[in-house]
Design a protein around this ligand. Structure first.
Ligand code: ZN
Length: 260
């Protein structure tokens, strides 16, 4: 599942690939992603528009057209984007495609069809942890309001903060030297500060690394920078053996020596 850093780099790369380009033709292969609009209405709205910019907003990609109208794309759990030559056959499970004048096509693909394409709608208004609005004061209140929750559960709650999934929650906990299953009520002020800074630094650092790793691509995932997540029975960067635990139903990796 793409998390905030992946989506941030995706928006940048999409902007570079499609910004300034005119959408010559739109094809909708599955109705569900454009509902409740009938596909014909979606097509006639988007065709002929020029993409001015693409930016991330929460977990969504916001396309702004030259006439001020917008398209919000939510990849959900399994959505993928592909930027191909127009002459190539569309990949399996393509749900929609935008053809550009430059003989290129942007393909929206999702075998579950959960991917959402929405015209002129606002994105979610949940706290974005890489904006200035995300403060220690805000974060301290989240921790103090849920003293019985595990730290990772608070980080994962999409009603609190947008874009942190299981992978980055594990990475944030490792960087803060706090176990994902640690009880929020047991954190001292210095731990809350460490965790707050780990949220911001881990996500921003990941954006830099993914940018390098993805090299302008919009398809695929880059996870080589992970210190602990997904390294079941592996080792932390200091060579200690990792342990796994279930937190809020999610498999979690942590280092029993580095994290308390
Ligand atoms: Zn360790």
């Amino acid at each position: 599942m793409p998390e905030l850093p992946d989506l941030e780099v995706l928006a940048e790369n999409l902007d570079k690939l499609t910004g300034g380009k005119k959408i010559k033709k739109v094809v909708v292969l599955k109705d569900k992603p454009v509902q409740p609009l009938p596909p014909a209405e979606f097509i006639s709205f988007v065709e002929g528009k020029i993409i001015k910019s693409v930016k991330r907003t929460g977990k969504q990609q916001l396309f702004t057209f030259d006439d001020g109208n917008t398209l919000l794309v939510h990849l959900m759990l399994h959505g993928e984007l592909h930027y191909l030559q127009a002459a190539e056959p569309l990949p399996a499970y393509a749900v929609a495609a935008f053809y550009f004048a430059e003989n290129k096509v942007l393909v929206f693909k999702d075998h579950t069809q959960w991917l959402k394409l929405r015209l002129n709608t606002q994105g979610e208004s949940v706290m974005d942890p890489v904006t200035k609005k995300f403060t220690l004061q805000f974060f301290r209140k989240l921790i103090q309001d849920k003293p019985k929750n595990a730290v990772k559960e608070i980080l994962l709650n999409q009603e609190n903060i947008t874009g942190i999934g299981s992978a980055y929650a594990d990475e944030i906990c490792y960087n803060a030297k706090i176990r994902p299953q640690a009880c929020a009520g047991d954190l001292e002020e210095k731990d809350i500060k460490l965790l707050f800074h780990a949220v911001v630094d881990t996500l921003k650092d990941a954006v830099r690394k993914i940018k390098k790793g993805m090299a302008g691509n919009i398809t695929g995932e880059f996870t080589e920078h992970f210190a602990v997540h997904g390294k079941k029975k592996g080792k932390c960067p200091l060579g200690h053996k990792l342990e796994t635990v279930k937190v809020g139903g999610r498999g979690s990796e942590y280092c029993p020596i580095c994290q308390k």
